[in-house]
Write a protein that binds this ligand. Structure first.
Ligand code: PNS
Length: 172
């Protein structure tokens, strides 16, 4: 199949899950280049810093030779233009995603007509998977095997330990 041009796959990726990787794989089959764009915005109070999130993504996308990771802040459409990407990829899991995604896509279209949003559907096994759920399950001692790359589960555990130590220091 002849591949289309450059696409941006933006998100918080806090942290990357196998659902995100499923979308990345699908995107990499359609587009000649996929740029996974990590939102730097610290106002969202992420669990992992933008650098940590990008680092985990960089490891996870190693199997794909036409995928790269970048960090961005400001308007997504400006970043897309800067990277000469005509398409924004978003994953659509279930109908619950629809309203938010519709708003995002229409606002981006209003801001920049040249940038088109397309939606890709992950495998059904990832329909109800989210980064927040993964963090909660790990924090409560459950297994997330098969839902995130193994090293991501390890990173969450390390971060929880670090945060716990910081809290202990503050409380003492
Ligand atoms: O994984 P997320 O948190 O659902 O991703 C949301 C993201 C990063 C795609 C969205 O918040 C975004 O594009 N932010 C950049 C700011 C922007 O362009 N806003 C205008 C569209 S509302």
């Amino acid at each position: 199949m002849n591949k289309a041009g450059v696409a941006i796959y933006p998100g918080s990726f806090d942290p990357v899950t196998n659902g995100h990787l499923d979308i990345i794989q699908r995107g990499s089959r359609i587009f000649s280049k996929v740029i996974v764009a990590v939102l730097k915005n610290e106002r969202k109070d992420p669990f992992f810093s933008a650098a940590e999130r990008a680092e985990m993504l960089a490891l996870a996308i190693k199997p794909f030779d036409n995928v790269e990771v970048a960090r961005f802040d400001g308007l997504l459409v400006n970043f897309a233009k800067e990277k000469k990407a005509g398409v924004v990829i978003r994953g659509l899991r279930a109908v619950t995603d629809f309203d938010y995604e519709f708003q995002l896509a229409l606002m981006n279209r209003r801001l920049e007509r040249e940038v088109e949003t397309i939606f890709l559907m992950p495998s059904s096994e990832y329909t109800y998977l989210s980064s927040s759920q993964v963090k909660e399950v790990v924090a409560l001692g459950g297994s997330v095997e098969g839902l995130v790359p193994d090293f991501v589960e390890q990173k969450i555990l390390e971060k929880l330990k670090k945060n716990g130590n910081k809290k202990k220091q503050r409380d003492s």
